[in-house]
Structure formats: structure tokens, C-alpha cells
Design a protein around this ligand. Sequence first.
Ligand code: SAM
Length: 364
Amino acid sequence: MEHVCKRILREFVAHSPWLRAAWLAMTDVRQGYRMRAGDIETSSGATHAEFSLNQSLDYIEGVFADYKRYGGLDRFHGVGAEIGPGDNAGVALLMRRDGCERVDLVDRYFSRRDPDKQRLIYEALSKRHQLDALKGEVSWSDQALIGISAKVGHAAELFFETLARSGGGAYDFIVSRAVMEHLYDPLSALESMTLCLKAGGRMIHNVDLRDHGLFSPALHQLTFLRFPRSFYRLMTHHSGRPNRILLHDYREALERLREKCLITYRVYVTHLVGVGELKPHLDPADIPPATWRKAEEAVDKYRCHVSREFREVSSRDLAVAGLFIVVQAGDGLDRSQPCSAHVLGVDEARGTERESVCAASTVN
Ligand SMILES: C[S@@+](CC[C@H](N)C(=O)[O-])C[C@H]1O[C@@H](n2cnc3c(N)ncnc32)[C@H](O)[C@@H]1O
């Protein structure tokens, strides 16, 4: 009986946007207390917990292949960073095997994992890709991967800001999958990461702009856009839930960097509201008009519910539910000086000076 009542209550909350939002806010406060007490363990990023061995291998290889394909890379090399790797370092191992001399794994939390399962994944991955030289102990373990350095408990925002302040320019590659949408300040992180790239270095971020099940499928997939910013923050700040930074925000930040000749960039759309996944992912200009129309119509049906901050955003922008962002750093950064993470805001003169030699906004 108690079980049935609980299920009915859960269903009722799931179908009521405001009750569900209140519950999310409560659990976010709880997560805040846990983090202040030093507990950074989370199920976010425990991607491999439910996977079979073959699914794990497919996932790791797929993520790695996507970085190379959409990042336009022949090989990884130099020093890399993966932000928010979650429970497995398989992608970093493949980056090492491809040519990176070191890969740093920067994660705010510690994703729960099963060491035995990890060992099996690494063994099987090693068999396929000859990774044995990267095994630091007799058997595979997360703690002993040669040339892979885990920075657990480091928010990407602070990690890269600190590095940028001390000179930046440390990385040839910074990659992430399904992570930028969890950052509490992804746009400042994007700036700081730019400063941490070497000249010619690349950032490749796959960003899932959907609601990650906060309200869907019980409610419309755009339900998370109906809450005012301050209230939404209460639901998400400590727990790393989706930050609701959407295409138009990224584009504005990227354009600011491009106008200062610090980067060139490209964007691919991975998902559209009302359409689903686009495979292969497409440059917005290559999406057929009929597909855009279908997606925009799906947004238009829900538009009247979205909160004020999204009212002026075009339906086309709101329709983009997933992105690949590929950034290439130019040589516009003066790396001889320690830089502030907000150098872009305060150093207008340098940016303007360089504007006249600006390249096109595409990564070759
Ligand atoms: C959805 S998981 C993705 C994990 C992995 N990239 C994958 O594809 O399976 C999001 C990851 O981002 C991490 N994360 C959340 N907020 C972060 C932050 N501010 N800085 C760094 N990592 C963060 C989480 O701990 C988690 O590992």
C-alpha cells in the first residue's frame, strides 16, 4: 500500500512542473551540503555502470572517433585535457595512444565506479588498441595510467581560470562530451580554456542542450525553459544539472573571442527539438529547410510557456538541442604576460588592434 502511494505521489510530482521544480531545488540544497562536507561522489558520469563490456568499448571508441571527425584531426598530439571524463579514462587512453604525451582529466566530482568493471574495460580496450605500455601496474586500474593525471574535485571553471592567470597556453587539446551543459559557468570556462590553449590548439566540446530528464519525458522537453533564471539556479547550482546555456549564449561568447582574433570556430548541430538526432551532425547552414521548419514549429507550440529571458531568442536557436563546438586558438594571445581569466573583457585595446587581421570564422 505504502509502495503504491509513493508511486502515485512520484507520478503526480513528475507531471507537475512546479512541484517537480520544488523537489529539484530541495535536492540541490542537499547536494550543496554534501559537497561542503567534502562528499564529491556522484552518479553523474557513471556512464559505464549500466553498459555491457561491448557497449562500453563502443561508447569510448565512438566518443574518440567523433572528436577526430568533427574536430578535423588526423592525430592527437602534445598535451591534452578532458573535462568531466566521468567514470572511465578510456578516451584519454586512446588520446595517449594516438600521440598525446599527457592527458589531464579535470572533474568537479568523483563519478561512482566499479574497479573490477574498469579493469575489464581497460583490458578489452587494450587488446583492441595495444595500450599495454600505458598500464602502470600489473593489472589495469584508474590510479595507475601512465601519462594520465586525474584532477578530481576540480571544477573546470576554477581549474582553467587559475591556469590562465598564471600564463595559460598549456594545452594542445581540450575536449569534453556531455559536460559543458553541467558547468555552473560554462561561458567563463570557455574563455579561460581559450587562454589555456597553445597557439593553434583545439577545443572540441560536444554539448547536450536537452533537459537530461529533469522534466521530460513526463513533461514537454522544453519545460526546463519556463522557470525564471534565479529559481532555475536553485535547482541546479550544486548538483551540476543542465545549466540552460543555449546556442545563442555560446555563439555570442564565441563571436566575442573571434572578433578579438583569439579563435576561429565551427559549430555542428547534433540534435533538434521535434526532430531528434542529426547523424551525421550538420553545420547549421547544411540543415535542409524542411528540417528547420519542423524543429521551429515544435518550438513555436511551446513558446508561450518559456521564461522571459528566452522570449527574444529565435525559434531556430531554441530548436538546437545539441552542439559540437570546435575551436582553434589563434596566436592573438600574449603568452609572455600572466593573464586574467577575463582578459577579454579588460584588454579591449589588444583585441581591436588585431581585428584588422582577423581570419574567417572557420576551422580548417
Ligand atoms: C554527463 S557526465 C559525462 C561524463 C563523460 N564525459 C561521458 O561522456 O560519459 C558529466 C561529467 O561532468 C562532470 N562535471 C560536472 N560539473 C563539472 C565542472 N564544473 N567541472 C568539471 N567537471 C564537471 C561530472 O562530474 C561528470 O563527470
